[in-house]
Ligand binder design. Sequence first.
Ligand SMILES: C[S@@+](CC[C@H](N)C(=O)[O-])C[C@H]1O[C@@H](n2cnc3c(N)ncnc32)[C@H](O)[C@@H]1O
Length: 139
Amino acid sequence: MIEEAGKRLAHLENVLFKVSDAYSLSNIAGNFNGAFAVLFWCHIPRERRREFLSVLCNKLESGSPVVFVGQLPDNDVQSHSTDHYGNKLAHRRAAGKDFSILKNIPDRNELLADLKAFAVDIQYNRYSSGFWSVSWKTV
Ligand SMILES: C[S@@+](CC[C@H](N)C(=O)[O-])C[C@H]1O[C@@H](n2cnc3c(N)ncnc32)[C@H](O)[C@@H]1O
């Protein structure tokens, strides 16, 4: 994916790709002034959301805009199971193997509760295209 993205954006001199664990961002140095992620929030375990937000916000200057976009529930959610943390698990079969994929779809109140310590100006939206978004500024 990184290689493909690199090819598509090769003409831009101000883009740099790095691979890092989202729960440590340990090889990402320096302060940033914005963050954006699509289809990632659903894969964060409920019990690790605050840890994730803390790591992310520590890399951002105060007042930085942050945007996350995810999918709204579709018919697939009926087949999801729930683990003891309340995480939703979708079941997939690929390459002859069975997988459980973490697929949490937060509602507005859940997002507000998770973001409370980290965010101001929180805006939550739902779109008829089947997506939700949340944007905020870091404290
Ligand atoms: C559903 S994909 C979305 C990819 C891309 N944002 C898009 O919209 O096409 C979720 C991505 O999260 C990445 N991911 C999952 N857990 C991660 C972690 N702990 N650290 C970094 N990336 C992670 C996966 O490798 C995958 O590329």
